[in-house]
Design a protein. Sequence first.
Length: 239
Amino acid sequence: MHATIQKPIDEIIGYLDPGEKVFVVGCDNCAAKCHSGGIPDTQEMASRLEKRGVNVVGWCVPQPKGISLCKLANTKKVLQEEYGEVTKQADSFLILACGQGIHTVMDATDGGMVHAGCDTIFGGETVTDDFITEYCSLCGDCIVEYTAGLCPVTLCAKSLLNGPCGGAKNGKCEVDRNRDCGWQLIYDRLKELGQLDKMDKYIMPKNNSRWSRPRSLTMAGTEVTFRSLAGDVTISRQD
């Protein structure tokens, strides 16, 4: 499973434009077990955002019970069919799940704008029937808000945080000409979303001590504490 912890509410609010219509999406598998994106957590997040003046058009945790958000076929059916009338009103989706779930919602909504509502802090075992591909490196310090939902740590062979290396050719990585340049993918998506100005933002170097192992996640009441060599980070899911 992928362990996640909610981002501070003020950080999430900072991602949103004035008047932006948001639909909140949780995950009934890993995030639910971490108390970061289950049904009560997603409902509470929607309520907390509304109290702060955010236009929340709706929320959901795709069912059936226990299913992962990263099951694309199910998530697409839920968001486009079961909640289609509501999600059509949304400008963006706030995802209370891991980085894989963020990318799944992007695909399930045909490229919808996404915001990370959680940091993905470490991973266990994840198995699917036919194919697994990676979109999240579980760094515990998610920056995809500034890269259109695509993780440069994962998609760039050099894990560059502030633009391409200059070695790509025809959109392909110089390390492996069979793979897409991660920053080309990010640029293309930012351009499609009309957010190329985000390329101007300097992303500070990662605090790699958050990758230290072993790490732990402790749930106690309404608080969750993530522990690593970087120290303890405690997030409350309620005001």
